[in-house]
Write a protein of this length. Structure first.
Length: 215
């Protein structure tokens, strides 16, 4: 009888189980970032946060993003999972955890388009009546915008009289102002302005790349 009482007392002192879903909801409630968290939350679901180890997190990143590089796995999987588990530690739901990030390969430097190439490309676009593509390529060349930023540009974000455009950044989640040189401004003035459509009419970076190669 005494032995049974001792076991019951020990079991009653065990801390309650908290799932990854619970930790994620608490993390969001207290101001956490929701971006990229959905897929991680679906993966771990009702797993006890105490049962998740660094190996599990890296395996999750490889499973969710099998063909991605280290930078994408770190940003989209390691960072949100680690943030939730740090929050669980702050709440006393698990021990502290350290997770190694994946190695990030430094991208090879890209050669900027030469002046003769740009002149020839724009001239061919004009012959093929591809004004939007010509303006898009010139916009990227003269503002340093990525394709993904250029295709998301909307007319309300362009001030032709003020000669500026506002880029919505994808990686840093901040906006950036870009000034519009004369030649670019002239091409933007020539475009049809439909507020329901992106400035350059393209919505997919891959279709832009294919069209550039075709020209």
């Amino acid at each position: 009888m005494a032995e049974a009482k001792l076991v019951a007392t020990a079991g009653g002192n065990n801390p309650p189980c908290h799932t990854f879903n619970e930790a994620a909801e608490s993390y969001l409630t207290h101001g956490g970032e929701s971006r990229y968290l959905v897929r991680v939350q679906e993966y771990f679901g009702d797993t006890d946060v105490r049962a998740i180890y660094p190996f599990d997190i890296r395996q999750m990143a490889e499973t969710l993003y099998p063909n991605a590089g280290g930078a994408t796995r770190n940003r989209c999987a390691i960072t949100p999972a680690r943030a939730v588990l740090y929050h669980a530690y702050d709440r006393g739901w698990r021990d502290a955890i350290r997770v190694r990030r994946f190695r990030e390969e430094r991208p090879a430097p890209k050669e900027p388009a030469s002046v003769p190439w740009m002149f020839t490309f724009l001239r061919q676009c004009d012959r093929d009546k591809l004004g939007h593509l010509a303006a898009l390529v010139l916009f990227m060349a003269q503002t340093g915008a990525r394709i993904s930023e250029a295709v998301r540009l909307q007319w309300p974000d362009v001030d032709l009289s003020g000669r500026v455009a506002v880029l919505t950044r994808t990686k840093t989640e901040t906006n950036a102002i870009r000034h519009l040189p004369d030649e670019l401004l002239d091409r933007l003035h020539r475009l049809d302005r439909d507020l329901a459509l992106p400035v350059f009419r393209y919505t997919n970076r891959h279709s832009v790349s294919e069209r550039i190669r075709a020209v």
